[in-house]
Design a protein around this ligand. Sequence first.
Ligand code: NAD
Ligand code: TYD
Length: 351
Amino acid sequence: MNKTILITGGAGFIGSHVVRLFVNKYPDYKIVNLDKLTYAGNLENLSDIKETQNYIFEKGDITDTNFIENLFRKYDFDGIIHLAAESHVDRSISDPGAFIQTNIVGTVNLLNAARNFRKDNLEKIRFYHISTDEVYGSLKDIGFFTEQTAYDPRSPYSASKASSDHLVRAYMHTYKLPVVLSNCSNNYGANQFPEKLIPLAINNIKTEKPIPIYGKGENIRDWLFVEDHASAIDLIFHKGKNGETYNIGGNNEWTNIDLIHKLCEIMDRKLGRPQGSSAKLITFVKDRAGHDLRYAIDSSKIQKELGWKPSLQFEEGLEKTVDWYLNNETWLNNIISGKYEQYYEEQYFKR
Ligand code: NAD
Ligand code: TYD
């Protein structure tokens, strides 16, 4: 069946994997990728599909109401998969403003457009909001986040995402907009901007720079390979029930320090360095303000109801990720310049 789908934030890390999956898997769909191309958006992420017939790129800002209204006038969207966001916790701590604008105001603009431009047949549209497990707060040593866990966001990033989640649900209850949501754990894989832990560490190991570990490295994250997140998004978009939320996670918890040791082992092997040499780069630095201790997702709902499961073991995914970064030096070098370099200096040396 033909559909026109708007994917926001499609030039970013997760968005580019979702756009690629949809463009290749659904040749009958028209996929419109809307992205502002902030520091985190990069069209190189989609160079392999940019000429594909069913793919269209639109540069624009989701906080710009006129632009969004015109876009909805131009295309008759059947579905919206909303990933555009400011996504880095550390940046939200040093400058929350952009997070409030993009993550909250931008989401409301899209919700309004979806509701207004399909007024007469609202049931034909589906608004799929992509969110994070960070809205649930921080866990102690035991327990998991389920879809019933009460929201307790603790960083400006997670508070802005929680706020957008609430607004999406409010538009369903108030205006009957058909919505579906998912909250996912930490993603890793190709094309992740090297401000996030895994690509930052890969780059620093490669260039023999210190690997900054916040606090004692005891914080725990549940890591999921990005293509497994994209496959879950595909399932939820097509098979998820209106009004439902699905938690997505890898059942794969690692302390930051153990993860970095594993990465060092892999990198030593791949770079032909003596085992143990990369681990010497580990440097404990001042902790992140309000650093959440542990995230862990119970993903049994999506597994039972939609039959999703992660395809990769973590070690295999990490190997693939390291290979991708080592084979895509130009991608990395284009990023490690200009504005990012300035951010890096400020984040790690001027605090
Ligand atoms: P990212 O920072 O890599 O990409 C975000 C994209 O959004 C970029 O292409 C950027 O240019 C675009 N964008 C930002 N502001 C915009 C605006 N005002 N208008 C239009 N486009 C704009 O982020 P990501 O890691 O790919 O995350 C994508 C989504 O998934 C986010 O909503 C995030 O909250 C969610 N999420 C991420 C993770 C993770 O581990 N990365 C985990 C769970 C959920
Ligand atoms: P990050 O990749 O920023 O994701 P999130 O904060 O959304 O979980 O960080 C993952 C974990 O790694 C988190 O506990 C913070 C920690 N971390 C470091 O120890 N050093 C770093 O330089 C970065 C960027 C993160």
